[in-house]
Design a protein around this ligand. Structure first.
Ligand code: MG
Length: 383
């Protein structure tokens, strides 16, 4: 019997439900589950996986989930305190798949408790920066990427020994608006932006893919995870999403990881690493794919990407500022309060507005988040 047990933060989202698929497949136990506010799905998951704890981030959802699970002996927690308590539980790994900067403190708590972290929450690494990577090093825990590109890079480096990559080729699908001009993007609707060509994901990351902010965040995430300079990461638009990323070594050899676009592959590897086990994901047929194409990203049209690059070159709290401005702007866009191009304006503008701090501790990171949200609210209003 498999004695592995995980703590899963963000269990009702796209990565969360696919993580539970992997748990079903390989008999991985679940000590705790958390959701933001989707209490009906959380209840269903709790009844199937019998965790010791569940937690809802949103305080409003607490009475409902408490009542739904009243006939069980599952302990029900809520808020950031609850998420942090789950992260400290003794477990095989904390899977962090919450959306946004909410994931930062739970990640730090997991590392401090000596838990390995399977990370799908890229905002944590982007905003927390050295705070997270230093904490992980200090406590000797593993940070296993679930993001498909970073899992790919991680896999390309698995056989590399002491050889460091000279370059990372970070692939991008280009999103639904690849090849469009700024003029063509001015009036795009929420529905158009939510149609991703290759991946089925949550709303926030799908919008981030349409603006290419996702690729900007992933560039920063790659710098943090693989300890490379921003200029060593090259973004390659690859519309088919078959090559999930590649690394180049000093001798010019390039190693890539390929596969179908199914997140259960990187999720499973993060949970079973270094072992590879069978997966229900569809196998790749290069004959069916036929052709792979590559192009450059248009940073003028997709100004979020340019802003993210500028932020990582500034370092300190700048990546946190662009990430938080983006979170606020995407929420406004999803609520139809601002246009698609305004997201890029907000993300670029925040860098000139928020005070730069070179080595921010946690409270400065959280203050930067607030300042960036205030900047967006002052410019565009609130939801
Ligand atoms: Mg990705």
């Amino acid at each position: 019997m498999n004695m592995k047990k995980i703590v899963l933060l963000g269990s009702t989202g796209s990565i969360g439900t696919q993580t539970l698929d992997v748990c079903r497949q390989h008999n991985i136990g679940v000590r705790a589950l958390s959701a933001n506010r989707n209490t009906s799905l959380l209840e269903q998951q709790a009844r199937e996986f019998h965790p010791e704890y569940v937690c809802v981030y949103s305080g409003d959802a607490y009475p409902d989930i408490k009542q739904r699970l009243a006939d069980t002996d599952i302990k029900v927690l809520c808020g950031m305190e609850g998420l942090c308590e789950l992260s400290r539980l003794n477990c095989h790994a904390v899977v962090n798949s919450v959306v946004g900067m909410v994931g930062l403190q739970p990640t730090l708590e997991a590392a401090k408790a000596g838990n390995d972290i399977a990370l799908a929450n890229k905002e944590t690494l982007v905003a927390g920066g050295r705070l997270v990577t230093d904490c992980v090093k200090e406590h000797g825990v593993k940070l296993l990427p679930i993001d498909s590109e970073h899992s790919a890079i991680f896999q390309c480096l698995m056989g590399a020994g002491d050889n460091l990559p000279s370059k990372i080729l970070l692939t991008a699908s280009g999103g639904p608006f690849y090849g469009k001009t700024r003029d063509e993007l001015r009036d795009v609707t929420v529905e158009q932006a939510l149609k991703h060509p290759n991946w089925s994901m949550g709303a926030k990351i799908t919008i981030d893919s349409a603006t290419l902010m996702n690729k900007g965040l992933e560039l920063i995430e790659a710098v943090r995870l693989f300890d490379v300079k921003p200029e060593q990461v090259e973004i390659v638009v690859h519309r088919q999403s078959i090559i999930h990323s590649a690394v180049e070594f000093e001798d010019g050899a390039v190693i890539a990881q390929l596969g179908t676009a199914d997140m259960r592959i990187p999720i499973q590897l993060a949970l079973t690493y270094p072992q590879r086990l069978p997966s229900p994901a569809k196998k790749l047929s290069l004959f069916d794919v036929g052709q792979l194409t590559f192009g450059r990203a248009d940073e003028e049209t997709f100004s979020c990407l340019a802003a993210a690059k500028r932020a990582i070159s500034m370092e300190g709290n700048a990546p946190c500022a662009v990430n938080s401005a983006n979170e606020a702007a995407v929420a406004l866009f999803l609520n139809r309060k601002i246009g698609f191009l305004d997201i890029g304006e907000a993300v670029g503008g925040v860098l000139d507005s928020v005070k730069h701090i070179a080595e921010p501790p946690l409270n400065d990171i959280l203050d930067t988040q607030k300042a960036a949200e205030e900047y967006v609210a002052a410019k565009y209003g609130r939801i």
